[in-house]
Design a protein around this ligand. Structure first.
Ligand SMILES: Cc1ncc(COP(=O)(O)O)c(C=O)c1O
Length: 407
């Protein structure tokens, strides 16, 4: 009915490939299969006890039950700024340079909505966490892609990155207004050095664009690697905002707490649009989030250690099963290049076959962009025993391909 009534905005969204794998996964489960699920970055651990207790305590105080503050209660915004000061020695004004969001995903959607004029161009490295590009596409903008260059140890080739970024600026019309960067990177786990940010801030000032940096996995680092922040670069606040989330560091994915800090013009735009759209997170969640950021950080190290250990278990088991994968320095993922003998299938077909024939669910790389199609992403959310079981299933699965002699 009413065929003339069409939803153009929604039409700009392609079919969600993850939904396809997800439907298949549910169907397998309904049929009784024990699917080992690495497909989504949804932490399997509990939110630490002291954070849960604070939520309960605050929820019992009935004064916390009304509408809250859309940009975040003052104590949470102060805790966010203190966290940056402790960690990166960056000074931020909680009134004008910080905003709490309902998970950082909501922040991306609404920031892009607030700052994108029709036809504005954003540069987003490919592959990417989908909201980094689709937030802008939904807002009426266009994405100039560039392939993210990284080596076999998941380190960004920074010279090549800037070569490609310069090219993206030369080929794009109109000139890009925004660049989104995300290191440690989802899905590739790739990392950068602090100099990377010095260079991009310098380029932003020269070419006149804003940078949006996402450090969602900033806490989850191994082997001595420490995540740098763009805001540590002197003058970065002139051109950059940065986002973080409590979802991963504190196993709080379902609580929906994240934040954006930095450039007052962009933060102001996000605060303003949110003031029109929402009344803020439930206050007890904000109080508990304040405790998470201000409190003992032992839990963060424990969560990090778990992913570090699981990565070891997975790499060892996968190597034995005929799927060699190298170690990364960060995140809760493994970005695994499909064994050469099966690469011709493409990541979606490979993922579907792996699910149906080996009961192992992974995220197909194509879901993160065209340049992801030789890879799949595995989230380290299954325990050691199930990781090893998955590797056994995969070994049998790979036997149908002629993998001998391939890397
Ligand atoms: C790179 C990156 N940024 C942001 C998010 C969104 O996190 P949340 O909305 O839970 O804060 C995710 C979630 O997986 C992510 O991978």
């Amino acid at each position: 009915m009413f065929d003339e009534i069409q939803f153009d905005r929604i039409k700009r969204l392609p079919k969600y490939v993850f939904a396809e794998v997800n439907e298949l996964k549910m169907a397998r489960r309904r049929a009784g299969a024990d699917v080992i699920d690495f497909s989504m970055g949804n932490p399997d651990g509990d939110t630490p006890e002291h954070i849960r207790q604070k939520l309960i305590e605050s929820a019992q105080k009935t004064k916390t039950h009304g509408y809250s503050a859309s940009k975040g209660i003052p104590k949470l915004r102060q805790a966010i700024c203190d966290w940056y000061k402790r960690r990166y020695d960056v000074d931020l004004d909680p009134e004008t340079e910080a905003v709490a969001t309902m998970g950082s995903k909501e922040g991306y959607a609404h920031l892009a909505y607030a700052i994108t004029n029709p036809g504005d161009v954003v540069v987003v490295p490919d592959p990417t966490y989908p909201i980094h590009s689709y937030a802008f596409i939904l807002a009426g903008g266009n994405v100039q892609k560039m392939e993210l260059p990284f080596d076999e140890d998941y380190k960004v080739d920074e010279d090549l990155f800037f070569e490609r970024l310069e090219t993206a600026f030369h080929v794009s019309f109109p000139k890009p207004k925004y660049v989104v960067v995300n290191f440690p990177h989802n899905p590739t786990t790739a990392t950068v050095t602090p100099e990377f940010y010095t260079r991009i801030v310098e380029m932003a000032k020269r070419e006149r664009f804003y940078i949006i940096s996402d450090i969602a996995y900033g806490d989850l680092t191994f082997d001595g690697y420490k995540t740098p922040s763009i805001l540590s670069v002197p003058g970065a606040k002139d051109v950059a905002v940065e986002s973080f989330t409590l979802s991963k560091s504190y196993n709080m994915a379902g609580w929906r707490v994240g934040f954006f800090v930095g450039n007052a013009k962009l933060i102001g735009a996000l605060q303003k649009i949110k003031s029109w759209l929402d009344y803020g997170m439930f206050t007890p969640i904000q109080v508990a989030a304040t405790i998470a950021l201000n409190g003992d950080q032992t839990c963060v190290q424990e969560i990090t250690d778990k992913y570090d250990h699981r990565q070891d278990v997975l790499l060892e088991a996968f190597n034995r099963s005929g799927w060699p994968v190298r170690r990364n320095q960060s995140s809760m993922f493994v970005w695994a290049r499909i064994p050469e003998c099966a690469r011709h299938l493409g990541s979606l077909e490979f993922s579907k076959r792996l699910l149906v024939e080996a009961n192992v669910a992974v995220a197909p790389g194509i879901g993160f962009g065209d340049y992801g199609d030789e890879y799949v992403r595995l989230a380290l959310i299954e325990n050691d025993k199930r990781i090893r079981q998955a590797a056994k299933n995969i070994k049998n699965f790979l036997q149908q391909f002629d993998c001998k002699g391939s890397e």
